[in-house]
Design a protein around this ligand. Structure first.
Ligand code: APR
Length: 245
């Protein structure tokens, strides 16, 4: 499908990414057959109740994922790089909203970025509410760099039942975007899964799904292209940049 004739190079773009964009960098997704939720239960590691009940198990779950992310073999891939290139070359605003808690978008060069589910490489202090960069294992002996307390640090990630970050800023951008692109997400988790409706109904945006296979929300999109992110995302970005001339 060609780009919409109404799309101009200064048009505002909102992009949503999910775990699928980082799969080819070597990080696991959640709901693929071999995904994280096929090995561990959300109720045991990704809710505030789980953390209150069994902090050692929850900290251990994120400590393992943090170390996987810090493995030198895990690098941004061509899809992350293409989105950074789009932000730099597009004359309109490009807001990248990621559900991912990895830092691959930053390392690829994206700057106008919101981590709506938080960041695995940050620790949140439940005593002073500070968020600090954190690359080590977390435990109840870890000391908050801001308030010096021990026992209050958790991963700065949004668990099920908690409010995602920067929702006002995200909905403000969706309300005025001309193009909404969803990449590497199964469309199972709200509010992210509802962003396509918001962009289409409120802003009249053109909506595109770029995913390995049709997501559960694919029918809400005006256009869908399926294949590995490292192939279909750079191709779509090149089409957009050709428009920008
Ligand atoms: N290229 C493109 N898409 C891919 C690739 C790939 N190489 N590999 C997998 N995918 C797609 C899958 O087809 C799937 O639709 O990525 C999607 C990943 O879906 P999920 O595993 O459900 O991950 P995501 O949508 O990001 O989950 C959303 O759920 O568990 C919570 O907080 C967690 O942020 C996460 C949220």
């Amino acid at each position: 499908m060609p780009l919409p004739a109404t799309l101009t190079p200064d048009a505002p773009i909102v992009i949503l990414t999910g775990a699928g964009i980082s799969k080819e960098s070597g990080l696991e997704t959640f709901r693929d057959a071999d995904g994280i939720w096929s090995k561990v239960r959300i109720e045991d590691v990704a809710t505030p109740e789980a953390f209150a009940r069994d902090p050692v198990t929850v900290q251990g779950f994120y400590n393992a994922r943090r170390q996987s992310l810090l493995n030198p073999n895990v690098q941004p891939n061509a899809a992350h790089a293409a989105l950074a290139r789009l932000e730099q070359a597009w004359s309109g605003p490009v807001l990248l909203v990621t559900q991912n808690i990895d830092d691959l978008h930053e390392r690829a060069g994206s700057t106008n970025l919101i981590h709506m589910h938080g960041e695995m490489l940050k620790a949140l202090c439940e005593i002073c509410d500070a968020s600090s960069p954190w690359h080590e294992d977390l435990s109840d002996e870890a000391i908050c760099p801001r308030c010096g307390s021990a026992g209050g640090l958790r991963p700065d990630v949004v668990w099920f039942g908690e409010m995602p970050y920067e929702m006002e800023r995200i909905f403000a951008a969706l309300a005025r975007c001309a193009l909404f692109i969803s990449i590497g997400t199964s469309g199972n988790v709200y509010p992210a899964a509802g962003f396509v409706q918001e962009a289409r109904m409120v802003a009249g945006a053109h909506t595109v799904e770029l995913n390995l296979e049709p997501s559960s929300g694919v029918t809400a999109f005006a256009e869908a292209r399926h294949g590995p992110a490292t192939e279909i995302v750079p191709a779509y970005v090149e089409e957009l940049l050709a428009l920008a001339g």
